[in-house]
Design a protein around this ligand. Structure first.
Ligand code: NAD
Ligand code: AKB
Length: 315
């Protein structure tokens, strides 16, 4: 992993991953890209390229210009936005993915990271402690594209020897960049509203329980998997990963411990059906056995840190 290109570097995960990888591997070795104009600190801390992953020609030019040998492909359309525009979700998540895999194959790249999601599961999947090997019959276009990510990545591994790795991320909670149109976004929005207005209206029912993870654990897991010894991996692009699991009401109660005046209302919208088709908790024993995964944050430590960070940000 000498020269890294990140796609989707302005997103919720991409923005923090860029800083994390620049600190770890050297700013000059981590090129950030996105379809958007750069975030201020992403541009100031290293090289930035405007890049649409559906445009294979420009992707190839950027890869050649910086002699890229490793890709972190974070560009995607998430679940809620995907249901509003399934055609765009297919175009970015599948045609973009194909360009990434083809360029990585053509350039004989060392390693490629492509995230999957708990959205790869569906209503027929066991919802509690969802096993590593199970039914993948998602009902969202986003979930369908994530199954394609997993299966096509695995195909390139076996057919062409391309070292493709990936994690089925749970909902990611973070304070730097707002989430980009998913179903788990409530678990970030609630902190901003609690700190600013002491009230929040959730778009999911209070008993809705989903698997979640705090950003420091997400970054740690991503790098741990990318640095893992390939010979120890039995899985490649589809690792289950668990951080914590809570209902909307449990999160609201935890926030109330820090902000006693906080109240939460529940007005479910179209995202409820998506959440109801996803797991409530995840069995990540394969990640623990194959690359030593263990999270640092639980509901209580994440909540305390998020409140402090959001308060600082909104000062
Ligand atoms: P995000 O929506 O916050 O960011 C995605 C970025 O991709 C955006 O900055 C957007 O501008 C960019 N993008 C969109 N179309 C593009 C295109 N055509 N070309 C280049 N860039 C484009 O998403 P995120 O939360 O940072 O997610 C990153 C990855 O992790 C995605 O694959 C997502 O599916 C996966 N994931 C995220 C979560 C989560 O909770 N955040 C959970 C599971 C999986
Ligand atoms: C979403 O809600 O779409 C994402 C995800 C879990 O993949 N956060």
């Amino acid at each position: 992993m000498k020269r890294i290109l990140i796609t989707g570097a302005c997103g919720q995960i991409g923005s923090e991953l860029t800083s994390f990888l620049r600190r770890r591997y050297g700013a000059e070795n981590v090129i950030a890209s996105d379809i958007k104009e750069p975030l201020k600190d992403t541009e100031e801390s290293g090289i930035y390229e405007i890049l649409d992953v559906r445009d294979k020609k420009t992707l190839k030019e950027v890869v050649d210009k910086y002699s890229i040998d490793t890709l972190f492909h974070m560009a995607a359309i998430l679940s809620a936005n995907g249901e509003k525009n399934p055609w765009l979700a297919w175009d970015v998540n599948v045609n973009g993915l194909y360009n990434i895999l083809e360029i990585a194959r053509e350039k004989n790249m060392e390693r490629v990271f492509i995230p999957s999601s708990i959205a790869a599961f569906g209503p027929e999947t066991p919802r509690v402690k969802t096993p590593q090997e199970t039914v993948l019959k998602p009902r969202t276009i986003y979930g369908v594209t994530k199954v394609i990510v997993e299966r096509l990545g695995e195909y390139y591994f076996w057919k062409f020897g391309l070292d493709v790795r990936g994690i089925r991320y749970p909902g990611i909670i973070s304070s730097k960049t707002l989430p980009g149109g998913g179903t788990t976004d409530y678990a970030v929005e609630i902190f901003y509203e609690a700190v600013e207005n002491k009230r929040y209206t959730a778009f999911l029912r209070k008993e809705t329980r989903l698997p979640m993870m705090y950003m420091p654990d997400c970054l740690k897991a991503t790098v741990m998997l990318m640095e893992a010894d390939l010979s120890k991996l039995k899985h490649h692009g589809d690792f289950n990963l668990s951080g914590m699991s809570f209902s909307v009401e449990e999160l609201a109660k935890e926030i109330k411990k820090h902000i006693p005046e906080f109240t939460c209302e529940y007005k479910p919208d179209f995202r409820q059906e998506i959440a109801d088709s996803w797991p409530q908790s995840i069995d990540d024993s394969a990640a623990r056995e194959e690359w030593g995964w263990k999270p640092d944050y639980d509901l209580s430590s994440m909540t305390e840190d998020m409140i402090n960070k959001v308060k600082e940000k909104l000062k």
